[in-house]
Design a protein around this ligand. Structure first.
Ligand code: FES
Length: 192
């Protein structure tokens, strides 16, 4: 599985147990910020092995930045979308396979939600390509996720583009907010 912070050369790289994220804010001002930071996982190793929910702190996640945490052995992306990124999703409607979010690739409560998120600015998705399981790269300048393995593209809501190998949108896992700055990934929200 590729580390999403790697360049798109298709070379498989070793992913650390906890991948920390990368993220680069492009934007009109051309400001680039790469803020690596370390997340801690609260459940015990045993609980993690059993797939327990994982808590993550998004308080230091600036607009345009993405962090990655591990849940059930998979990378989960948490992206704080900018206003521009949110606007890009509506513009991608004609380019994606499932513009109205009817595929069962997210909790039921998000069916039909084009942003595929509870809060517009915070996008959470499993960073595993629905083709053969590589980790798509976050490419904010291109307003997309790009899978270097076979060229699949997803918009910033994880909706898969037409004409690429991946058949389905990126999976949005169950998650719930413990506070404005803490998310519990893998926790089923009531009514979801
Ligand atoms: S695994 Fe992503 S395009 Fe093939």
């Amino acid at each position: 599985m590729n580390n999403p912070s790697n360049k798109g050369d298709g070379v498989d790289r070793t992913r650390r147990n906890l991948v920390i994220a990368t993220a680069v804010a492009g934007g009109a001002a051309g400001v680039t910020a790469a803020v690596p930071f370390v997340e801690s996982m609260l459940p015990s190793e045993r609980a993690k092995a059993l797939g327990a929910p994982v808590e993550t702190d998004i308080s230091r996640l600036a607009p345009g930045e993405m962090l990655t945490v591990e849940w059930q052995g998979k990378p989960v992306y948490v992206l704080r979308r900018t206003e521009q990124a949110i606007a890009s999703i509506a513009k991608a409607d004609s380019l994606v396979v499932d513009p109205n979010v009817e595929q069962p690739q997210q909790p039921k409560a998000l069916n039909g939600n084009k942003l595929r998120s509870e809060k517009p600015e915070i996008f959470v998705a499993v960073g595993v390509c629905t083709h053969l399981g590589c980790s798509p790269l976050y490419q904010p300048d291109q307003e997309r996720f790009y899978c270097p393995c076979h060229g699949s593209k997803f918009d910033l809501a994880g909706r898969v583009y037409k004409g690429v190998p991946a058949p389905l949108d990126l999976v949005v896992p169950n998650y719930t907010y413990l506070s404005d700055t803490r998310i519990l990934i893998g926790a089923e929200k009531k009514g979801a």
